[in-house]
Design a protein around this ligand. Structure first.
Ligand code: ADP
Length: 480
């Protein structure tokens, strides 16, 4: 991680360079406000240089044997795992999550490099006879071309590897734009990919505080062929519209509003354990985070009591304190946002079981909070909370639970706790989401297709599906 400690530089065309205007911006620790490093503040001119580099490297990388691409990815996986403590510390420092969660992210994030090292050599086309007997149909996969990959701050390593891994496997070159709050992990990853043998210009990283104009300039350039974005639905909508001008391929991992259903036959121990993971992992800052707890009225009181007991045992604090089990939110604005959602729910009749008031500074902390009797019209039921607030609404019947679960424009994830197989089958078909956890609060998995329905986005990351986001195909008819 040496180059990343060099202040104010980003990776373009294999060189660590300053922004053309020499601008920089600070990266801070959200638990303390301490400045960790300064990084380059790219402008549109820098972004276009990064695209030049990706375009120049495109033909060479596409022609590189899949086995070579696979071996670079595998070496990168090994290098991250050799340095997993360093990566975990870096993630904790710039993002705030406790050490154990950061270690979890390193293992999860690195796995995308290993998985796609394995997939790289399995990319195949197809040969089939023309049904009319005119000849042979040959379908040949090809890399989609230079990509723009935009990542959020909540999983600084994993959100990058799950785009970069399949893009590299497919033979694409790219410009990566990490979130302004957490660029350091991406810079370290780019450095490591170079060490693993990646040729110059294949992965370029631009760091910037001017996301909107910088990204717009790239989207206006017809040489860019694909955008993959993880972030809010609001920004995603605008990027989809901008991507229309040059008819780009898009992969969009947008917001979620996951229901967490607890039925009367659920194993409550498992449901409480699942709730703690689905709600409080990453301080609730995950698009898959459970947002609405729909609990059968007959077990609602018991579930609430048990979950509140666990929540009160959580220890809020900086990652530097090994006793911390929950970290800060990303910044003070996020604290104000979560507080406003809780106040709105309380004004509509929700009862505060525990938490409910922002923690005084330093650091952007909000306490883990449990609310009951939450009115479905409350803002936190309609919107993504992105914070540690567990909001419970009781239900009476299965039909009511399913209607409430689907009553959102989002469709990313859902969690279900029940032991009834017939009910599980009904819900697997009935829930309008891209991912379902049955009796588990953790569904992310490099081997499985992560992605949403409805306004949670399009495209998949992970699994055999993930690489196809970076592939096009050409079909050839050879006359007989
Ligand atoms: P979040 O609310 O999780 O920060 P955002 O959608 O705001 O999600 O940010 C996700 C990523 O999108 C970040 O890398 C951010 O810099 C970038 N981004 C934010 N606004 C824009 C925009 N208008 N155009 C392009 N990228 C943007």
């Amino acid at each position: 991680m040496t180059a990343t400690l060099e202040p104010g530089r980003m990776l373009i065309g294999g060189r660590w360079v300053e922004a053309a205007n020499a601008g920089t911006f600070p990266v801070t620790d959200p638990a303390t406000g301490r400045v960790l490093a300064t990084v380059a503040d790219a402008d549109t001119a820098d972004a276009l240089l990064a695209l030049d580099a990706a375009v120049d490297a495109a033909a060479g990388w596409a022609a590189t044997p899949a086995r070579t691409r696979a071996e670079i990815l595998r070496r990168a996986f090994d290098l991250i795992m050799d340095r997993q403590d360093d990566y975990a510390r870096l993630i904790s420092a710039e993002m705030g999550k406790p050490g154990a969660e950061a270690q979890g992210e390193v293992a999860y994030g690195a796995e995308f490099l290993r998985w796609y090292s394995e997939e790289a050599c399995r990319i195949a086309g197809r040969v089939q006879p023309d049904p009319e007997g005119r000849g042979t149909v040959v379908v040949t996969p090809r890399p989609v071309g230079p990509c723009l990959l935009i990542t959020p701050w909540n999983f600084p390593l994993a959100m990058a590897t799950r785009k970069i891994g399949p893009a590299l496997a497919a033979g694409c070159t790219m410009v990566v734009k990490p979130a302004e709050a957490t660029p350091l992990t991406t810079l370290a990853l780019a450095d490591l990919l170079t060490e693993a043998g990646l040729p110059a210009g294949v992965v370029n990283v631009i760091t910037t505080t001017r996301a909107q104009p910088v990204v717009a300039a790239l989207l206006e350039d017809p040489r860019l062929r694909k955008i993959s974005f993880t972030g809010s639905t609001t920004v995603g909508r605008s990027l989809i519209a901008q991507a229309g001008q040059h008819v780009l391929r898009t992969s969009m991992e947008l917001g979620g509003n996951a229901p967490f259903l607890v039925f009367d036959d659920a194993d409550l121990d498992a449901a409480v354990e699942g709730a703690m993971t689905a709600k409080f992992r990453n301080t609730g800052q995950a698009c898959t985070a459970a947002n609405r707890f729909l609990v059968h009225h007959s077990v609602a009181a018991e579930f609430t009591r048990r979950v509140a007991e666990r929540v009160e045992a959580l220890r809020l604090g900086p990652a530097s304190d090994p006793e911390s089990s929950m970290g800060p939110l990303i910044d003070d604005r996020a604290v104000r946002g979560v507080d406003a959602l809780v106040q709105d729910a309380v004004a509509r009749g929700a009862q505060v079981v525990t938490g409910g008031t922002p923690t005084p500074g330093p650091g952007s902390f909000y306490p883990p909070t449990v609310l009951t009797e939450v009115d479905p019209a409350s803002s936190l039921v309609r919107r993504e909370i992105f914070g540690p607030v567990l909001a419970i609404t009781p239900f009476q019947t299965d039909a009511e639970a399913l209607t409430l679960a689907n009553d959102t424009e989002y469709g990313l994830a859902a969690y279900v706790f029940t032991r009834d197989m017939a009910r599980i089958q009904t819900l697997m078909g009935g829930l309008q989401v891209g991912m379902v956890g049955i009796n588990t609060g953790l569904i992310s998995n490099a081997a499985a297709p992560f992605g949403g329905l409805k306004q949670s986005g399009n495209g998949k990351e992970g699994g055999i599906e993930g690489v196809s986001e970076y592939l096009s195909s050409t079909y050839t008819l050879i006359a007989s």
